[in-house]
Ligand binder design. Structure first.
Ligand code: PLP
Length: 219
C-alpha cells in the first residue's frame, strides 16, 4: 500500500506525511528504509520519544491539537505544526522559536467537518488571527497554509464539499494576506479514507496513517 500511495502523491505533486501515531519505532524504520522522511504524530510526548530514537534527518510534523505549555518540547526539531487554531498558540510558538533561533513553518487548522469538536478555526476567526499576526510581526513563525479534517462519513459528496470549502478558505486568505508570499502554499487535507477526493479538490499535502501502517488499536 505504501508504494501505491507514495506514487499517487508524487503523481499529483502532493507531499505525503506518513502518520505514525501509536506505531512503533520499528514500524517507522521500515518505512524510513523505503525512503519515507516525513512523519506525522499527534501527541507531544510520543513525538519527542520517537524523535530521540530515530534518525535525525526525519522531518517531524505535529498534526494533533497542541497545548501551549507543551510547545517548548518540540520547538528544537519540529519541521511543521499543522494545528495552529489560536493567536495565543501562534504567539507561544513564535516566542519559543525565537529562543532557539528558528523560524517554524505552521498551518492554520480549520474546522470543516460536521462533527462537533473544540478544535479548528472558522474563516472569521482566521481573519482575526491573521490581522493580529500582522500587527504583532511574529518573525519566528512562517504561516504556510491551511489544514483540515473532513467528516468521518461514507457520504463522499459531503466530504468533497468540506474539502472544497477548505480550498476556498485557502484561496481567500492567499489573496488577502499572502499574494506575494511564496511560502503560503500548503493545503493539508486528506487521510486514509479520503485522500483521493482531497487531491481532486486541490490538496497538496496528505496525512495518511492506517492505509500505510495498518489499523490502529481501537479502530
Ligand atoms: C490520525 C490522523 C490522520 C491519519 O488518519 P488515517 O485515517 O489513519 O489515515 C490524519 N490527520 C490527523 C489530524 C490525524 O489525527
Amino acid at each position: 500500500m505504501y508504494d501505491e500511495i507514495r506514487q499517487f502523491a508524487e503523481d499529483h505533486q502532493a507531499t505525503l506525511v506518513a502518520v505514525s501515531k501509536t506505531k512503533s519505532v520499528e514500524d517507522i524504520m521500515l518505512l524510513y528504509q523505503m525512503g519515507q522522511r516525513i512523519f506525522g504524530e499527534n501527541r507531544v510526548q510520543e513525538l519527542t520519544d520517537k524523535y530521540e530514537l530515530l534518525p535525525k534527518d526525519i522531518e517531524w510534523h505535529i498534526i494533533g491539537h497542541l497545548q501551549k505549555n507543551k510547545v517548548k518540547y518540540i520547538i528544537p526539531f519540529i519541521a511543521m505544526i499543522h494545528s495552529v487554531d489560536s493567536f495565543d498558540l501562534l504567539e507561544v510558538i513564535n516566542q519559543q522559536a525565537k529562543k532557539h533561533n528558528r523560524i517554524i513553518p505552521v498551518l492554520l487548522q480549520f474546522h470543516i467537518a460536521q462533527e462537533e469538536t473544540k478544535f479548528g478555526l472558522n474563516i472569521k476567526e482566521a481573519n482575526k488571527l491573521l490581522q493580529d499576526a500582522e500587527d504583532h510581526k511574529l518573525v519566528n513563525v512562517e504561516i504556510c497554509g491551511v489544514m483540515g479534517m473532513a467528516s468521518f462519513t461514507d457520504d463522499q459528496v459531503q466530504v468533497r464539499n468540506e474539502f472544497r470549502a477548505l480550498k476556498d478558505y485557502f484561496d481567500t486568505l492567499k489573496n488577502c494576506y499572502f499574494p506575494n508570499n511564496e511560502a503560503f502554499k500548503v493545503i493539508s487535507m486528506g487521510m486514509s479514507g479520503d485522500y483521493k477526493i482531497a487531491i481532486a479538490e486541490g490538496s497538496n499535502m496528505i496525512r495518511v496513517g492506517s492505509a500505510i501502517f495498518g489499523a490502529r488499536p481501537g479502530h
